[in-house]
Design a protein around this ligand. Structure first.
Ligand SMILES: [Zn+2]
Length: 385
């Protein structure tokens, strides 16, 4: 004989409080991803091609969910409603009937009561803080962060990323940016919520999850990155991961899309350790050196358009060359493709000196003036004409 329950009890029922059970029952696990504290599934509210919606168990032991693309949040009943095409406010009784059916229970004779009595249980004790937090995020931690952010905030037409996507699309950089795992932070007012979620994932640690599901970062890594309690320069929303030769993300550069300053920010004390694109260098291939990640992907797109065999690396600023990178140029044809202005020419003169091991050193500038982004735009326009 099944128990009769009200809405609050429904929310606490294991069939509705356990992210895996409810997601599986609602058919959301297909195409979803297991996360340390629940599931990342395709959002039932907006047309979500890859998972953006985090379904976890909250501190009150009931289920909650949050879509990082459309910003919808809710509890278990809201999730049932969203999947069944119902509205929790308008169709509350019907939503409860659906939920009761999923849980295999019967509702109170009085019908479901809307009143939500939050379970006043103490939150599960947090794991003790690390005795000595790492002074800086490790590459593994940053790589993990960039990985999860690149999944939930990837550049696509979702409401929180659409402006960033349009910016890149307008410059014909979208395909290269996607290929390099660039992503878009949500607008600043939503960033606190995001970092709290990331910190919570980090806190959860590997204690009760399989190692392969454990996040690679801790709350302390977010603090070291300067992202807690909020991300500085929140208007800089286009995120550009810079990697090491073995492909690990070593820092996340961010760019503003409006005219505000600073236009680019690196995390404090965590500038580029390698030029942008170093992980794509092929042995002995000709190499072009440009200024910055945007120009690097623009020139790469141009080389792809015309099947020009050249790898491209971007310096973190025109004066950002480091002499311990000289080894990267050794045995290659080197094209110095920095801007044709005073700063660019100064950098070219210096690079020509350090590229002693290069087979050949040549200057390369856009034929139409400006930077490689301008050149790419001209070529795309000419192709369409
Ligand atoms: Zn959504």
């Amino acid at each position: 004989m099944s128990a009769r329950v009200d809405a609050a009890e429904l929310r606490r029922h294991p069939a509705l409080a356990d992210p895996l059970r409810l997601c599986a029952a609602l058919g959301l696990t297909e195409g979803g991803r297991r996360q340390p504290t629940g599931w990342l599934v395709r959002c039932p509210v907006h047309a979500d091609r890859t998972p953006s919606c985090s379904v976890t168990r909250g501190p009150d032991a009931t289920l909650r969910w949050r879509c990082f693309a459309c910003a919808t949040t809710g509890d278990a009943l809201d999730l049932v409603a969203a999947v069944r095409g119902l509205d929790t406010r308008r169709d509350f009784a019907a939503v409860c009937r659906e939920a009761a059916e999923l849980a295999g229970v019967e509702l109170d004779e009085d019908g479901p009561r809307r009143h939500h009595t939050p379970a006043q249980r103490p939150a599960a004790p947090r794991p003790a803080p690390e005795p000595k937090p790492e002074p800086k995020p490790t590459d593994e931690a940053l790589d993990g962060l960039a990985g999860v952010l690149g999944t939930i905030h990837r550049i696509d037409d979702s409401p929180l990323a659409a402006d960033v996507t349009r910016y890149l699309e307008g410059r014909h950089l979208l395909a290269e940016a996607k290929a390099d795992g660039w992503f878009a932070l949500p607008p600043a007012p939503r960033q606190g919520e995001l970092v709290r979620w990331l910190a919570e994932l980090g806190d959860h640690g590997a204690e009760d999850v399989a190692p392969e599901h454990a996040p690679s970062w801790k709350r302390a890594d977010l603090e070291a990155l300067g992202w807690l309690p909020r991300i500085p320069h929140g208007a800089a929303r286009l995120c550009i991961p810079w990697r090491s030769p073995d492909g690990l993300v070593t820092t996340i550069q961010r760019r503003r899309l409006d005219d505000g300053r600073p236009k680019y920010v690196f995390p404090d004390g965590r500038g580029a350790r390698w030029p942008y694109g170093v992980e794509r260098l092929r042995d002995g291939a000709p190499i072009a050196i440009v200024e910055g990640a945007i120009d690097a992907v623009a020139l790469r797109a141009l080389c792809r358009m015309y099947s020009v065999n050249r790898d491209v690396i971007g310096l973190p600023g025109v004066t950002g060359w480091r002499d311990d990178w000289a080894e990267l140029l050794s045995g290659r044809e080197v094209f110095l493709a920095l801007d044709a202005d005073k700063a660019g020419e100064d950098a070219v003169a210096r690079l020509a000196e350090v590229a002693a091991g290069a087979v050949k050193v040549l200057r390369w500038t856009p034929t139409g003036g400006g930077d490689w982004c301008d050149e790419l735009a001209r070529h795309v326009a000419a192709t369409k004409a």
